[in-house]
Design a protein around this ligand. Structure first.
Ligand code: ADP
Ligand code: MG
Length: 618
């Protein structure tokens, strides 16, 4: 049999490598920006068109490349950054594998122009699918421009795999801000579809954060500073009150490289644990510096995951330094912290009480009340059957027991006394308790077959979800105009999503308009939402939940938005409920078409039956 093993042609090997290094346009952006940083640039401009599918261009004023290097850089394993294996342990540059440009050039058309400082002429190289098409001398400024066109043009499967323009755009933006945060001494400009989106000049970290996230951040930052033998930590955490439901503003940089380090995240979360609600996450921008030999960045090809030699020590150092920073801030709030800018006041008006959502109560509502026809109050509603099945047999007993109480008022304390002549509904409230709350989380209520446990948050989500969806389906959204429209400034990536779904959100009873840039104005909200609870956060929460729901690809957009909205507006675990509120929730839950499941298909309730109970006592 003849030999069958062959060496892969370079172009194929590069494409395979590209599969690992270049997942999407944002990966190209990261590699190009990092190369410019390694080249010592002080100004870097990023130009993107069409979600990066047609053009990704990075221009820098760094060292530039010689004629030979400008061609060599597209070869696999071509790097100027390491020479031998021992160099691997002292890497200070962002790249070192010599893989990025070779990979990118194998799946796109790359035009490179570069000029060294002391050369009069630069050189221009065009590469298409790993093949050098031309190389010519050219006029160009010192530094390098690399334009990547038609990414994935020769790998249609991967091109088709790309998400919508806005999704790719937000990945790109996220990558861009990571690099811009880590390199405050470099000026950046970011253009999208020929429009300047963001410009930041060389500055310090604080200014860089405000430059990217908005001036409001200036007042929110608490400095963290720690130096030990194994690691030094610097940067900022956001004041606890700005903790968010989502983890998106959690930035760790190790030796100026953005990394994902869940273990370290946990340490910071731990430091905040007693200061913020359980479901909130702190925001932070923390820079860790350590001897490069202490870390192994080689863990992942795109190098955002990192391994430390002494993780547990670093965990503790981080925990205590963040705690100390928070402590300092608590003890001596400086004047600086008390003054917020005008825009801050709109978003986070200190006089606007931050109260958890409440629910509407119909004080006269009583599921046990009978009307003239002898039907229960619920009988006109959809779920009579379900409700009845739970409660039959109880109605008479209830009536009887509350009647008993009226006869023996002294047994039931003055306040709870039912006055003669009061209607049944009041007598029931005043008399026997029917709803209990357990652990500020569960509603307990006796039913025919035993004891029903209802998860208050999930139940309320179900109620709101069906309301929102119902209004949409009936094309009868009812909204309430806000007295004071609320401005909400979103980060770029969320603003893009918002623009995509704005029309749909408005169809549910909102009136939200674009205010320019990444700012939106809420003019009206659905009637189900209480005006007193509306803050700039409402959109943040909505989008965050919307994004989470995207993991369910079959979920239709209105269901997603209704679900997201229900989730953000529902009463939460931890909210103390009055008996009336519990009554109202349970009543409304059983008018829903699927009372026993939350919109995310988790159980809302279960019944501990008498049989199960008696089994326990065997
Ligand atoms: P790596 O960054 O891992 O070395 P790359 O494929 O990203 O590999 O780049 C290959 C080489 O091309 C680099 O080592 C560097 O010498 C050169 N290079 C790439 N981009 C630039 C740039 N913007 N300016 C100067 N040289 C560059
Ligand atoms: Mg590189």
């Amino acid at each position: 049999m003849s030999d069958i093993i062959k060496l892969l042609p370079d172009s194929v090997a590069n494409q395979i490598a590209a599969g690992e290094v270049i997942q999407r346009p944002a990966s190209v952006v990261k590699e190009l920006l990092e190369n410019s940083i390694d080249a010592g640039a002080t100004q870097i401009n990023l130009i993107i068109k069409d979600g990066g599918k047609t053009l990704i261009q990075v221009t820098d004023n760094g060292g530039g490349m010689s004629e030979t290097d400008a061609r060599m850089c597209f070869e696999r394993h071509a790097t100027s950054k390491i020479e031998n294996a021992s160099d691997l342990f002292k890497i200070k540059t962002m790249g070192f594998r010599g893989e990025a440009l070779a990979s990118i050039a194998s799946i796109s058309i790359v035009e490179l122009k570069s000029r060294l400082k002391d050369s009069e002429l630069g050189t221009e190289v065009v590469v298409k699918g790993s093949v050098v098409k031309s190389q010519n001398p050219c006029q160009c400024p010192q530094g390098t421009t690399i334009a990547v066109k038609n990414l994935f043009y020769n790998t249609p499967a991967r091109r088709n795999f790309l998400k919508s323009e806005n999704v790719e755009k937000s990945h790109i933006f996220n990558e861009f801000i990571r690099v811009a945060l880590a390199n405050q001494n470099i000026g950046f400009k970011y253009y999208y579809d020929n429009k300047l989106q963001l410009q930041v000049d060389p500055s310090n970290l604080k200014q860089r954060i405000s430059g990217i996230f908005g001036n409001t951040y200036n007042q929110r930052l608490i400095p963290v500073e720690e130096k030990t033998d194994i690691i030094s930590i610097s940067g900022f955490v956001l004041k606890p009150e700005f903790a968010r439901k989502q983890k998106r503003e959690q930035f760790f940089f190790i030796n100026n490289r953005f990394v994902k380090a869940p273990y370290l995240n946990h340490s910071v979360e731990n430091a905040f644990s007693e200061l913020i609600p359980e479901d909130a996450h702190p925001s932070f921008f923390l820079f860790l510096h350590t001897d490069p030999s202490m870390i192994d960045v080689n863990v992942h090809p795109t190098k955002t995951e990192i391994k430390f030699q002494n993780e547990s020590a670093i965990y503790k150092i981080l925990l205590s330094s963040v705690k100390r920073a928070l402590g300092r801030f608590n003890i001596s709030p400086s004047l600086d912290f008390e003054r917020e800018t005008a825009f801050d006041d709109i978003l986070f008006d200190k006089n606007r009480p931050v109260s958890p959502p409440t629910i509407d109560i119909d004080p006269d509502y009583n599921p046990f009340k009978t009307d003239k026809s002898g039907n229960t109050f619920l009988s006109n509603r959809k779920n009579e059957q379900k409700w009845e099945n739970l409660y039959p047999g109880m109605k008479e007993a209830d009536i009887k027991s509350s009647a008993d109480k009226q006869e023996h008022p002294d047994l039931f304390g003055k306040e709870q006394q039912a006055q003669p002549g009061e209607n049944f509904s009041k007598a029931t409230y005043a008399g026997e308790k029917k709803f209990w709350q357990l652990n500020e989380r569960y509603i307990l209520t006796p039913v025919k077959s035993g004891l029903m446990f209802i998860d208050q948050q999930r139940a309320h989500e179900r109620i709101l979800y069906e309301k929102f969806l119902g209004r949409y389906e009936a094309q009868a959204p009812s909204s309430q105009q806000l007295l004071y429209p609320i401005k909400a400034e979103l980060i770029e990536s969320d603003a893009n999503i918002m623009k995509e779904i704005l029309q749909h959100i408005n169809n549910l009873g909102f009136d939200i308009s674009e205010f320019g840039g990444n700012t939106f104005v809420i003019n009206s909200v659905p009637a189900e939402i209480k005006e007193s609870e509306i803050t700039g956060h409402i959109i943040d929460d909505l989008i965050e939940n919307y994004k989470k729901n995207l993991s369910e690809p079959k979920l239709d957009i209105y269901k997603n938005i209704s679900r997201a909205l229900a989730k953000s507006q529902a009463i939460k675990h931890g909210k103390v409920l009055s008996e009336k509120e519990m009554n109202s929730i349970v009543g409304e839950l059983f008018t829903c078409s699927i009372p026993d499941l939350s919109p995310a298909n988790k159980p809302t309730l279960f019944i501990l039956t008498y049989d199960e109970l008696s089994d326990r006592f065997k």
